[in-house]
Design a binder for this molecule. Structure first.
Ligand SMILES: Nc1ncnc2c1ncn2[C@@H]1O[C@H](COP(=O)(O)OP(=O)(O)OP(=O)(O)O)[C@@H](O)[C@H]1O
Length: 252
C-alpha cells in the first residue's frame, strides 16, 4: 500500500498541491483524475520522488520515502515501474533493447536471462515477434504495450502510469486500460494511473481520487462516482457526453 499524508507543493508562490492525503491499496488500480492543471502530474511526481513536496509524507508499505535514508530510497525506487508521457521509448533502440534497458542498467543478469525476461514481458502484454522492430515501425497502441512491458520488466511492486490513453483511439485505449488492470491484479501491484479519460474511470477505477485546484475534493470508486453531490466533480463528469447520457437515462 502507498499512503500519502498532507502533500503540499507551491511553485513560484502558486499553491499547486494544498495538502493531499489518501491511501492506494495493493492489487487496486487507483486513478487520480481532474481537469487540466489541477496538480495530478505534480502529485504523481511527488509520490515517485521526481519532485520533492514542500511538506507531507509518502509511505511505501510503511517505509517513509521522503525522509528515509539513501539506501531506503534506492530500495523503494527499484520496486517502482513507470510509464510516463515524458519517458517515451528510445527511438533509436529496438523494442527488445527498450524493454531490456532497465535490466541492463540495474541488474547483473546474463544476456540470456535478460532476453528470457524481456520475451516473457513482451508476451504478457500481447506482443510477439516484434523484438527487432523500431518504435517508429509499430502502432501507438503497440508502443504503449512496449512501455508497459518495460515498466514491469523489473517485477515492480508499484506501478505508475501518467495518461496511458493519450493519442490512442477509444478501443485501443480500453485494451490498454484492461491490460494495466489485469497486470495489477496478477502481480498484486499497487498501481496509480493519472488520467482525465472518463472511460478509464468507469472501466477500471477501483479507487478514484478527484483533484480540483490542488485539493482532493472527492474519493470513491467507479460505482458511486456518478451519484456524487460534489459540484466540482459533477461539472467534470457531465462535461463528458457519455456520462451525461448514463445519468439522464437513469433519471428518465
Ligand atoms: N516544474 C514546475 N514549475 C512550475 N510550475 C509547475 C511545474 N510543474 C507543474 N507546474 C504547474 O503546476 C500546475 C499543475 O500542473 P500538473 O501538470 O500537475 O497538472 P495536471 O493536473 O496534471 O494537468 P494536465 O491534465 O493538463 O496534465 C500547473 O499550473 C503547472 O503549470
Amino acid at each position: 500500500m502507498i499512503e500519502i499524508k498532507d502533500i503540499r507543493k507551491t511553485f513560484n508562490g502558486k499553491e499547486v498541491l494544498a495538502g493531499i492525503s489518501g491511501k492506494f491499496k495493493d492489487s487496486d488500480t487507483s486513478l487520480i483524475i481532474g481537469g487540466s492543471g489541477t496538480g495530478k502530474s505534480v502529485l504523481l511526481k511527488c509520490i515517485v520522488g521526481l519532485i520533492k513536496p514542500d511538506s507531507g509524507n509518502v509511505f511505501f508499505d510503511g517505509r517513509d520515502f521522503i525522509n528515509g535514508d539513501r539506501n531506503l530510497r534506492t530500495e523503494v525506487r527499484r520496486e517502482m515501474g513507470m510509464l510516463f508521457q515524458g519517458s517515451a521509448l528510445f527511438d533509436s533502440k529496438t523494442v527488445e533493447e527498450n524493454v531490456m534497458f532497465p535490466l541492463d542498467m540495474l541488474t547483473p543478469m546474463s544476456r540470456q536471462e535478460k532476453l528470457d525476461r524481456v520475451n516473457f514481458c513482451l508476451k504478457r502484454v500481447g506482443l510477439e515477434n516484434v523484438n527487432l522492430r523500431m518504435p517508429s515501425e509499430i502502432s501507438g497502441g503497440m508502443q504503449k504495450r512496449v512501455g508497459i512491458a518495460r515498466a514491469i520488466v523489473m517485477n515492480p511492486k508499484y506501478l505508475f502510469v501518467d495518461e496511458p490513453n493519450s493519442g490512442l483511439d477509444p478501443l485501443t485505449a480500453v485494451t490498454i486500460d484492461e491490460l494495466i488492470k489485469e497486470i495489477t491484479d496478477e502481480y498484486k501491484m499497487t498501481t496509480i494511473v493519472v488520467t482525465h479519460d472518463m472511460n478509464s474511470v468507469m472501466g477500471i477505477g477501483e479507487y478514484v481520487m478527484f483533484l480540483y485546484k490542488g485539493r482532493k475534493v472527492w474519493e470513491g470508486d467507479s460505482n458511486n462516482i456518478i451519484d456524487t453531490d460534489v459540484r466540482e466533480l459533477k461539472e467534470f463528469l457531465f462535461a463528458n457526453k457519455f456520462i451525461k447520457s448514463i445519468k439522464e437515462n437513469e433519471q428518465s
